[in-house]
Design a protein around this ligand. Structure first.
Ligand SMILES: Cc1cc2nc3c(=O)[nH]c(=O)nc-3n(C[C@H](O)[C@H](O)[C@H](O)COP(=O)(O)O)c2cc1C
Length: 185
């Protein structure tokens, strides 16, 4: 069985809920980047042992949070020995706006994965974009590059929409299925 790790930062809990849904779908280990931008003990080792790494950050000012960026810069250490090369990679983000420049964040995560020589997995879900579309449909926000969610700026993490969380769960499932194809039995 392949090992999937979800590594994420969340300032106020919304992206954490999304990360939990992704991890549920992928049957993955969750690793939280803390408020100082550091991993818990054993975090780097878990990433080194993973077949797939799914990275998540809230969108802050059109990109990842500084805590996630600190983690990304610290990943230059495994980069030196090409530790993550040929691992499966994927990304997700959450922000207050329906758009809010979330794609910039996904592009940043993609670029980080490419720097590491990883293999990027797309969202892979059909868009819900017809006149009949409902806010709680899967992939209502219509992303192709990774999973996205939207939390109004005055909504608590408990109010994350079930459609966005289900989108995240199905995304995790997809990444795990792709990782399994790449993992030797
Ligand atoms: C410093 C900061 C910058 C933000 N920038 C954006 C932004 O560029 N686009 C957006 O849609 N929302 C933005 N937001 C709103 C957050 O993305 C939103 O509140 C999100 O749910 C926070 O996720 P978290 O609870 O995981 O930290 C910003 C929030 C903060 C605190």
């Amino acid at each position: 069985m392949s090992k999937v790790v979800v590594v994420y930062h969340s300032g106020y809990g919304h992206t954490q809920r999304m990360a939990q849904s992704v991890a549920e779908g992928a049957n993955a280990e969750l690793i939280a980047i803390d408020a100082d931008g550091n991993l818990p003990e054993g975090g780097w080792e878990a990433l080194a042992a993973a077949d797939a790494i799914i990275m998540g950050s809230p969108t802050y000012m059109g990109s990842v949070s500084w805590q996630f960026k600190k983690f990304a810069d610290a990943s230059s250490k495994p980069w030196f020995s090409q530790q993550w090369k040929d691992k499966i990679a994927a990304g997700f983000t959450n922000s207050a706006g329906m758009n809010g420049d979330k794609l910039s964040t996904l592009h940043y995560l993609f670029t980080l994965a490419m720097q590491h020589g990883m293999i990027w997995v797309s969202q892979g879900l059909m868009p819900s974009n017809t006149k009949a579309a409902q806010r709680n449909d899967v992939n209502y926000l219509v992303s192709y590059s990774g999973a996205i969610a939207q939390s109004p700026s005055d909504a608590s993490a408990n109010e994350m929409l079930p459609g966005d969380l289900e989108t995240a769960r199905q995304f995790g499932e997809r990444v795990a299925a792709i990782a399994a194809r790449f993992t030797k039995a």
